[in-house]
Design a protein. Sequence first.
Length: 239
Amino acid sequence: MLVLGHRGASGYAPENTASAFRKALALGGDGFELDVQRTRDGVVVVHHDWSLLRTTGTPSFIADRTYGEIAGLDAGSWFSEAFRGEPVPRLDDVLDLTPPDRIVNVEIKSRAGDAPGLEESVVALLEARGRLEETIVSSFNHASLRRLGEIAPSLRLGLLYDGVLLNPWDYARREGLRLYSLHPAEEYLSADQVRRAHEEGLRVACWTVNDGDRARELESFGVDMVITNYPDRCRPSRP
Ligand code: G3P
Ligand code: MG
């Protein structure tokens, strides 16, 4: 079972910052998950909320700001004074700090009505860094997954969903989505779902697993990846 830091090792460092990603790798994790959005001038930045308020104290939406306006914001001190001055990173900066053998799961944060082009920008960045084939790109916005499949057929697509989705493999087939993995919330996941996903040729990556015993239980279900704020707690009993 692989262990991916959720927004980096976000239990130990401010989420979606270079410090959180480095920490996830330092703790022996196999890689990390991160969230991406586009700024008004089309730069792909790593941030979870639509608004910058919670992490930087600035009451603005990312989509309304240029990268130049975001670059100097402090996205670290809300978490701890020790991280004051941590910037909101660009996706290309995070890819550059990640060794090629580590796994990156890029979660596309997109809404109906967002300016189009985030999917194209992400694919271009991954391609430029030779990471198109092994990066997992997931989204709750399944229209984004469809677009990604059209522009980059070899991409590893992950279907994100919350709650219970009945027979997600049938849904994906019906919608023409060629998936690599299912990304369910861990609390809705059963051993039977994992078994059936594997029969359908799909891997299972579940989130957000912060308890070591639960990680071991999920491992016994056959889960392929856990996404956690605490990568050190979730080390698998079988490597
Ligand atoms: O990709 C798994 C997880 O990150 C999805 O939820 O809201 O933390 O992005 P959220
Ligand atoms: Mg996420």
